[in-house]
Design a protein around this ligand. Structure first.
Ligand SMILES: *[C@@H]1O[C@H](CO)[C@@H](O)[C@H](O)[C@H]1NC(C)=O
Ligand SMILES: *[C@@H]1O[C@H](CO)[C@@H](O)[C@H](O)[C@H]1NC(C)=O
Length: 359
């Protein structure tokens, strides 16, 4: 073999192995969930991997007064209290969470975090709760105001994801809830379900041993009702103390502790659930007026004909994926990122196709 032939051969073998590596290459060097940063020492982007399947981090993590506003790509979220929290939402209007979870940006109630702000009037009822192991904010939202399609049953954002880069990729969450000195602590385990005009965001106390279990990320199809059981009321804004929930997916039946197994997407719609989640007791609830809580967001414009004309859905019957209180399988069609499958409304369609194929 001539040396030219030999080096050509070597080159093509190298090219083949590079393309094989590139194709199967979706995992980062360090999973997002293993990365730790002080809030005041954040890098511009925490996801520094290049050449992976899902591309590069959409936004950035250093967020300040120059990044505040409607175009913000801030991916550092905050949860402190009922009047100071963020939710993950799509960067562009009319999006499905299932298609954009990797690029979600922070939408906050306080403009001081360098993020987008949740438009006035979007929050329709909010319950904040502090328990021994986590803080949680759940509520009703006009999701079209944070770029979600009105009919989106939504999905789950969390710092894991099928490729361990998180949804959103590079997304971080911080809180002052557990520090007496008022400094931000990185929340290591959290989940945020958005959909069907409902949301829940649970941030688990990083100093507690069960933070990963309370903020479990594998039940991405069963929504807030099962991942963050609550009694939030539409129209009510309250902050409470509470007991811990059961770990998501864990329940007690006839005295036996059981663990739910979420069926794979291919099996179609989850029609029934074997259990009703237990809503833990709450106490010391303080109620507020939303105008007072969210004064920094401004007020709803009275000429808001756009909002008057919004398709709101009657809330009757089908799929309130975000997790209102009614309980069973229908509403449980929450979708999203944790297991990395694109679902949303599409899943229902696939379900029907499946039925046709079987018939
Ligand atoms: C503000 O944030 C932007 C975007 O992350 C960053 O480039 C800039 O350095 C920050 N400014 C300060 C003063 O930290
Ligand atoms: C919550 O209340 C608002 C205002 O009455 C209503 O428009 C909205 O549809 C309700 N949301 C849900 C999910 O029922």
């Amino acid at each position: 073999m001539s040396s030219v032939t030999r080096s050509l051969l070597a080159a093509s073998i190298a090219a083949i192995s590079v393309s094989v590596v590139a194709q199967g290459n979706k995992f980062p060097q360090v999973p997002l969930n293993d990365k730790r940063f002080e809030y005041n020492q954040l890098p511009y982007k925490v996801d520094t991997d290049v050449g992976l399947e899902r591309g590069v981090q959409y936004g950035y993590n250093i967020c300040n007064s120059t990044t505040t506003g409607a175009q913000s790509k801030c991916q550092t979220a905050i949860i402190n209290s009922i009047d100071d929290f963020c939710l993950w939402g799509p960067p562009d209007p009319d999006s499905l969470v299932g298609n954009t979870e990797g690029e979600a940006v922070a939408w906050c109630t306080d403009p001081s975090h360098g993020t987008r702000t949740i438009p006035p009037g979007a929050l329709q009822g909010v319950q904040f709760m502090k328990t021994p192991d986590y803080i949680q904010v759940v509520g009703f939202i006009d999701q079209t105001k944070i770029n979600m399609r009105s009919d989106d049953y939504g999905g789950e954002m969390d710092p894991h994801g099928a490729d361990l880069r998180g949804n959103p990729m590079g997304g971080l969450l911080y809180s002052k809830a557990w520090s007496s000195g008022g400094d931000f602590k990185q929340v290591i385990q959290w989940h945020n379900f958005m959909g069907a005009n409902f949301f829940c965001l649970k941030a688990c106390d990083p100093s507690k041993p069960n933070d990963r279990k309370f903020c479990e990320h594998i039940f991405d199809r069963i929504g807030c009702a099962y991942n963050a059981p609550n009694k939030a009321q539409n129209g009510t804004f309250e902050s409470c103390m509470g007991d811990n929930q059961d770990f998501p997916g864990v329940y007690t039946q006839n005295g036996q502790v059981m663990t739910y197994t979420q069926p794979p997407e291919e099996l179609g719609v989850i029609a029934t659930m074997p259990y009703q989640p237990k809503v833990p007791a709450s106490s010391q609830c303080t109620q507020y007026q939303s105008q007072t809580l969210y004064a920094k967001l401004g007020t709803v414009s009275t000429s808001a004909s756009a909002s008057a004309g919004k398709p709101t859905g009657s809330g009757s019957g089908s799929g309130l994926g975000g997790g209102t209180q009614t309980g069973t399988g229908q509403r449980a069609q929450q979708t999203g990122g944790a297991v990395g499958v694109r679902v949303g409304v599409g899943m229902v369609v696939l379900g029907f196709v499946g039925v046709f194929l079987l018939a």
